[in-house]
Design a binder for this molecule. Structure first.
Ligand code: ADP
Ligand code: MG
Length: 246
């Protein structure tokens, strides 16, 4: 069997004043669509930053694609769309194409270089998120949901194997959330991209995901999403603070 793409082994993380994560172990296998649920402040964003190597755990270790994270050289295999990445100030001048192409830019001295075939790559990424007809539009004219799709395209353009998304539906109109998750499900099922998603949209997302992890400083549940159905209401309340759909 192939190694897990992400293997978190008994990690903890403390900010100066706060214990954010306490003895977390979690595996993400190729093809998974994992939703990480948990109340505000439960350490979800911190866990994603650790997966990305943006911060180092206080204790424990991480393997990426079977390698110790310290030795892992293929950061472009793991794409990331951070929390609130779609909240632009209104004067943002760039076009959709420019924003997406930014995901391919390599810095050389003062300049950014783009690969020769970048137009084609940008087109493919926009198509994958259903935004190809918006290519020449200014990003600032788009709705929150459209901007979020552009940011996902910016992450996809580098052809990651795993895409990590932190609360991507914040700022998306309620009636557009379902189609947003349909788009994520097609990235997972048709393009074979492994997805790790932090969200509060428990009801909308349960039909799309394969796995769920319930976090509150530590992992209270991690497994196939259908096992969630067999949890008692009391267990749900313990990890999530309120009941969720059965
Ligand atoms: P979530 O994403 O689940 O809302 P976070 O991972 O952002 O939670 O935060 C977990 C805990 O760590 C919270 O108590 C939060 O206040 C604290 N925290 C987050 N970021 C920082 C930081 N940069 N400095 C200090 N404490 C932080
Ligand atoms: Mg967060």
């Amino acid at each position: 069997m192939n190694a897990p793409l992400i293997n978190i082994k008994d990690i903890s993380f403390d900010y100066e004043q706060t214990k954010a994560l306490d003895h977390i172990s979690l595996k993400v296998e190729e093809g998974d669509f994992l939703a990480i649920l948990g109340p505000n402040g439960s350490g979800k964003s911190t866990l994603l930053k650790i997966m990305l190597g943006l911060i180092k755990p206080t204790r424990g270790s991480i393997e990426l694609f079977g390698q110790d994270a310290k030795d892992f050289k293929h950061r472009e295999w793991i794409g990331y769309v951070s929390q609130k990445s779609n909240s632009f100030n209104s004067g943002f001048p760039a076009t959709v194409e420019e924003v997406v192409a930014g995901g391919l830019a390599k810095k050389s001295g003062l300049f950014h270089r783009f690969p020769k075939d970048y137009k084609e790559s940008v087109g493919e990424a926009l198509e994958a998120v259903g935004m190809e007809s918006f290519r020449d539009r200014s990003v600032s004219e788009l709705s929150g949901g459209q901007q979020q799709r552009v940011f996902i395209a910016r992450a996809l353009v580098a052809k990651p194997k795993v895409l990590i998304l932190d609360e991507p539906t914040v700022g998306i109109d309620h009636q557009n959330v379902q189609s947003f998750y349909d788009m994520l499900a097609s990235l997972n099922r048709e393009k074979g991209i492994t997805l790790v998603l932090v969200t509060h949209d428990v009801d909308t997302v349960t039909d799309k995901i394969t796995h769920v992890a319930c976090l509150n400083q530590t992992i209270h549940f991690h497994g196939y999403k259908n096992q969630l159905d067999s949890m008692s209401d009391a267990q749900r309340k313990a990890w999530y603070g309120h009941s969720v759909r059965k």
